[in-house]
Structure formats: C-alpha cells, structure tokens
Design a protein. Structure first.
Length: 364
C-alpha cells in the first residue's frame, strides 16, 4: 500500500468521528451536569440554502445525535433572521424551505423537537432579560459583532443584541449541550457568563451549557474557489460551494471548477495543498472512508479523476435529499403542521421554565 497521507492529523489516526462523539458525550459527566437532564439545543437561520459544509458540519451530526437516542431541540431561528432586512414573503418561504430541508436530511419530528422560534414567545422575553443583564462593552467585543458589522454603514441594534437572544434560545430549555464549531465558542462563553450572573443574582436556575465540539471530517469544509476560507452561503460566488439542492449538472460543473494546484499526485496536506486536501475531505465525508483510505484509492491518479469521482459521490449522497426537499415543499400544509406540533412540544418545556424565571425576576 502506498502511503499518500502526509503528516496525518492526530484526529484522523486516533479515532473515527462516531467514536469521538460517543467519548465526548461521556466526558460531560461532571457533578454539575448531573443536576440537569441531558438536552441538546441547536438552531439554524432560514436564510439561503444549506451547503455541504452546513450538512456535514452540523445537520448530519444532529441526525446522528437523534439516532443515538439523545434528546434534541432543533430550532429555525426566524427572529435572528430579521437582524438584517428581509421581505416578509421571502422570509415565509425560507422558513418552509428550511423545515423541509432539515426533515429531508433526517431530522425526525417524532424523535426530535423541530419548531419555529417565533412561535414560542418566551425566546424574546428571556432575550430581553439577558440584554438587561449584559453590558455594551462585552457584546461589542464578541467576534460575531465585529465580523458582521465591518462592511455596514449603519448597524442594526438587533445585530448587536443577537448573542443575548442566542443565549436565551439555549437557556429557555435549560439545554446542557450545544453543538458548535470553534468560531462559535465565544457565544457559548457569553451564555455561561449570563448563567453565572443570573444564578448568582436570582438563585440557581440554569445549567452551564457545554460546548459539544463538532470535529471530524465534515467540520471544516472549505470554499471550492478559495480553500483558505470556509465554505459559506454568504459568498457572492455560487461556484464556491455545493448546495444540497444543486442538480447533478451543477455539482459536476462546480467540482470541475474547484481550485487545485499544479501537482497531479493526490495526497492530503492542507497547509501546502488546501484545494486538493479539501476535495479529499469532502470525498471522505460522502463515502465514510478515512482520509488515508481515500488517498489510497486515488494513488497513481490525477486531480481530474478526483474531481469527477467527487462529483459522483456528491450526486449519490445529495440527490435523494434534494428530491425529498422538492417533495416536501410541495406539501406546505404538512410542513406547517410539523412546525406547529413542534412549537407545542417546545412550549411544554419553555412555559414552566419561563414561569420560574418570571417569578425569580419579580414579574409575578
């Protein structure tokens, strides 16, 4: 066997992604966490279409948690979506499309709670309490605020308060675990700060949410056009990403246009060959093979073969999801029913928690 994986990252050789999540979950057995029922919370904005970075780096992990029997609440955060201007009809359509997408990807409403944020009014109420218990200096220092406002001439107040509403989303349900990437840790730290502040001021009310770090093959998929950057739906170049609703022809064209380099040999080395390494990583995410196994399969082959094979495995992986999204979008009544039922389930958790919070703050 020819070894074409150079300087193998420790996480590749030491454990599979599945093993990593099992061990990480067991590690949250501190005395503090035992006081609270394990509960995962995560949210997604109904803006744009999910791309493969979103799918492999987040949604696929949610489905894995669900199928392992872990309690999960997954929220379409439409209140967050209006921190930048949205046309009402476009927002309404985006909410239905995101719900259809999550269900098509494997979120099962009978196993997890899937709902629309604005249908549970206590999110905004708790968010206001957290705003009143935060400082402008702390919020202004968060990377999220700095990144989102760099190109803006006028800064919406909602964008400034975004992280406090995000903390409210998590803590309204007393969630114990939040799946995040490295770029979101500061927001979890803010939530923990608010927990400490609130519990000290009003009495023990919230658990400190644990960051459930998303690592592994799909956690850091890069742009196809600029592999120094993460794949992003905000990129103005649609060729930089593979959307999960892309047609087979679109996928092939984007894979063919993906940036590589002048070396035809296939090996994995992100520092010096980011484009090729990114394609290897995506290929492995689709097939479930390790980086080493993928490299071995392409020994003595060139990057054009890799691109064509990548298109093949992406089409095989995404076509059933795309077709199911299309089917679900043709049944808006069904999606509305799922979201309504999900909101009812969410309310059974949120309402008693809100009544407790309301009493402690002095509202009743």
């Amino acid at each position: 066997m020819v070894s074409v994986l150079r300087r193998t990252p420790r996480w590749v050789s030491s454990c599979s992604t599945e093993f990593h999540f099992r061990e990480l979950w067991r590690s949250y057995s501190s005395e503090e966490s035992k006081k609270w029922k394990d509960l995962i919370f995560s949210g997604v904005q109904p803006t744009g279409t999910l791309h493969i970075g979103n799918y492999f780096g987040a949604v696929k992990k949610w489905v894995e948690f669900q199928n392992e029997g872990k309690n999960g609440i997954y929220c379409i955060v439409d209140l967050h979506a209006i921190t930048v201007p949205k046309k009402p009809e476009e927002l309404k359509e985006s909410i239905l499309k995101m719900a259809s997408t999550l269900i098509a990807c494997g979120i099962d409403p009978s196993k997890s709670i899937l709902f629309q944020q604005s249908q549970v009014p206590y999110h905004a109420m708790l968010g206001w309490i957290f705003i009143c218990n935060s400082t402008m200096s702390r919020l202004a220092q968060l990377p999220h605020f700095k990144e989102k406002t760099e190109a803006l001439q006028e800064i919406p107040a909602g964008l400034f308060a975004y992280p406090t509403l995000q903390a409210a989303d998590i803590l309204l349900y007393k969630a114990t675990h939040v799946p995040v990437g490295n770029d979101q840790l500061q927001n979890i730290n803010l939530a923990c700060h608010l927990v400490n502040h609130f519990n000290k001021k009003y009495g023990n009310t919230f658990p400190r949410p644990q960051a459930l770090m998303i690592e592994g093959l799909g956690s850091s998929i890069k742009s196809l056009r600029d592999p120094a950057k993460k794949m992003a739906k905000s990129s103005p170049d649609p060729k930089s990403r593979i959307d999960i609703t892309d047609s087979p022809d679109e996928i092939r064209k984007k894979c063919r246009k993906a940036v590589t380099d002048c070396t035809s040999e296939i090996f994995y080395e992100p520092a010096t060959r980011p484009g090729v390494s990114n394609m290897i990583q995506i290929h492995s995410s689709c097939t479930g093979l390790s980086i080493q196994e993928t490299c071995d399969n392409f020994a003595n082959k060139d990057t054009l073969v890799l691109k064509d094979s990548l298109a093949d495995v992406l089409i095989e992986k995404l076509s059933p999801i795309r077709e199911e999204i299309e089917r679900l979008q043709n049944s808006p009544e069904y999606i509305h029913k799922i979201l309504s039922e999900g909101a009812t389930k969410a309310m059974t958790i949120a309402k008693p928690n809100w009544l407790e919070i309301k009493k402690k703050v002095g509202f009743s």
